[in-house]
Design a protein around this ligand. Structure first.
Ligand code: FAD
Ligand code: NAP
Length: 325
C-alpha cells in the first residue's frame, strides 16, 4: 500500500479524464489518472466513431481511447490501474481517495470524470439470464449470436447503433421501443429503417426475459403500452440499450447532485461547490453526453484547476511580499 500525492487527481479514464490529464500534465501539475474498471471509458465498448473531430474516416472507439491515453502519458500523466472505493472530501483540500488496491491518493485538486454506466430494465429474468442471452453491449457480445435471432430494447442512439451493428452477425434483428418514435439522431434512424435485416416493434415494453429448455434466453414477454395486450417474441439474444446512469455513488451525501444522480456544477463551468473539486463529462452532463463534449469539459476542469492552484500560490506569496516591503 502506498500514498500518491499529486497536484491534480483525476478519477476516470474516458475522454473527460484523459483530456483533463493532457492539459494538467502540460501545465506541470503532474496529474494522476485512476482509471477504474473500464480504462478508456464507454467508447471502448463501441466500434465506429464518426463524429469525433479530426478524423475524416471512421475510427474505432477502443483505438481512439488508446490514442488519448498515449497522448496523456506522453506529456507526463501517471496512469494507475486502480478503482476508487471511497473519498474524503470533508477534510480537504487536499482531498483524499482510497483505491481498491488499498493505495491512498491525495490531490490538491480533484477532477471527477467517472462517467456513466448502462441502465437495466429491472424486470424478471434480466439479471438471471445475464451472460446467457441478456447483455448491454452488442459490440462485446454480438459475435455470440451469429445466424441467430436477436432483439435490442431502446430507442436512442445506442439502441439504433447496437441494432445496426448486430446485422453484421444476424439477419433477424428486432428493435423494441416503448414509444412509436425514436429518440436517435435522424441519420441513424435512416440507416435503421433502410436495413432489411431490422424490424421494429413499437409501443412495447419487456415484461420479462424467459429461459428456454437449455437454460439460456428463449423468449421475451412483451406488453403493448397502448392496448395492454401481452405477446411473446422468441429470441436467442437480447440487448438492453436504454441509456446510462452516472457513476456518482461515491459522492452521495458529499457533493450535490440532481434527481438523476448527475453531479451539480456551476452553470457553464466544471466547478462543484467545493473548492478545487471539478466534475467533467457524462458524470455531470445529462444533455449532450458525447465524447467531444466530455473531452471539452475535461479540458475546462484542468484549466480551472490550474487557475485555482495559481490563485492559492498568489495568496500564499502575498504576506511575504508585504513583509519584504
Ligand atoms: P466514460 O467514458 O463513461 O468513462 C468513465 C471512466 O470513469 C471510466 O474509465 C471508468 O473506468 C472510470 N470510473 C468510474 N468509476 C470509477 C471509480 N470509482 N474509480 C476510478 N475510475 C472510475 N459519443 C460520441 O461522441 N460518439 C460516438 O460515436 C459514441 N458512441 C457511443 C457508443 C456507445 C455504445 C456508448 C455507450 C456511448 C457512446 N458515445 C458516443 C458516448 C460517449 O462514449 C460518452 O459521452 C463518453 O465516453 C463520456 O466520457 P466520460 O469521460 O465522461 O466518461
Ligand atoms: P438515451 O438517449 O437516454 O436513450 C435511451 C432510450 O431508452 C430512449 O429511447 C428511452 O425511451 C429508452 N428507455 C429508457 N428507459 C427505458 C425503460 N425503462 N424501458 C424501455 N425503454 C427505456 O440513451 P443512449 O441511447 O444510451 O444515448 C446516451 C447518450 O450517448 C446520448 O447523448 C447519445 O447521443 C450518446 N450516444 C451518441 C452516439 C453517436 O453519436 N453516434 C452513439 C451512442 C450514444 P424514450 O425515448 O421513450 O425516453
Amino acid at each position: 500500500m502506498a500514498t500518491h500525492h499529486t497536484k491534480m487527481l483525476i478519477i476516470g479514464s474516458g475522454p473527460a479524464g484523459y483530456s483533463a490529464a493532457i492539459y494538467a500534465a502540460r501545465a506541470m501539475l503532474e496529474p494522476i489518472v485512476v482509471q477504474g474498471l473500464q480504462p478508456g471509458g464507454q467508447l471502448t465498448i463501441t466500434t465506429d466513431v464518426e463524429n469525433y473531430p479530426g478524423f475524416r474516416d471512421v475510427v474505432q472507439g477502443p483505438w481512439l481511447m488508446e490514442e488519448m491515453k498515449a497522448q496523456a502519458e506522453h506529456v507526463g500523466t501517471r496512469m494507475m490501474w486502480d478503482t476508487i472505493v471511497s473519498v474524503d472530501l470533508e477534510n480537504g483540500p487536499p482531498y483524499k481517495a482510497i483505491g481498491d488496491s488499498g493505495d491512498e491518493y491525495i490531490g490538491d485538486t480533484l477532477v471527477i470524470c467517472t462517467g456513466a454506466q448502462a441502465k437495466w430494465l429491472g424486470v424478471p429474468g434480466e439479471h438471471e439470464l445475464g451472460g446467457k442471452g441478456v447483455s448491454a453491449c452488442a459490440t462485446c457480445d454480438g459475435f455470440f449470436y451469429r445466424g441467430k435471432k436477436v432483439a435490442v430494447i431502446g430507442g436512442g442512439n445506442t439502441a439504433v447503433e447496437e441494432a445496426l451493428y448486430l446485422t453484421n452477425h444476424s439477419d433477424d434483428v428486432t428493435l423494441i421501443h416503448r414509444r412509436d418514435e425514436l429518440r436517435a439522431e435522424k441519420i441513424l434512424q435512416d440507416r435503421l429503417f433502410k436495413n432489411p435485416k431490422i424490424s421494429t416493434l413499437w409501443n412495447k415494453t419487456v415484461e420479462s426475459f424467459q429461459a428456454g429448455e437449455d437454460g439460456a434466453l428463449g423468449h421475451l414477454v412483451l406488453k403493448d403500452t397502448q392496448t395492454g395486450e401481452t405477446s411473446t417474441l422468441e429470441v436467442d439474444g437480447a440487448f438492453v440499450a436504454i441509456g446510462h446512469a452516472p457513476a456518482t455513488g461515491l459522492f452521495k451525501g458529499k457533493l450535490a447532485m440532481d434527481a438523476g444522480g448527475y453531479l451539480d456544477v456551476e452553470p457553464g463551468t466544471p466547478k462543484t461547490a467545493l473548492p478545487g473539486v471539478f466534475a467533467a463529462g457524462d458524470v455531470t452532463d445529462h444533455v449532450y453526453r458525447q465524447a467531444v463534449t466530455a473531452a471539452g469539459m475535461g479540458c475546462m476542469a484542468a484549466l480551472d484547476g490550474e487557475r485555482y492552484l495559481a490563485a492559492l500560490e498568489d495568496e500564499a506569496a502575498e504576506p511575504e511580499t508585504e513583509a519584504a516591503e
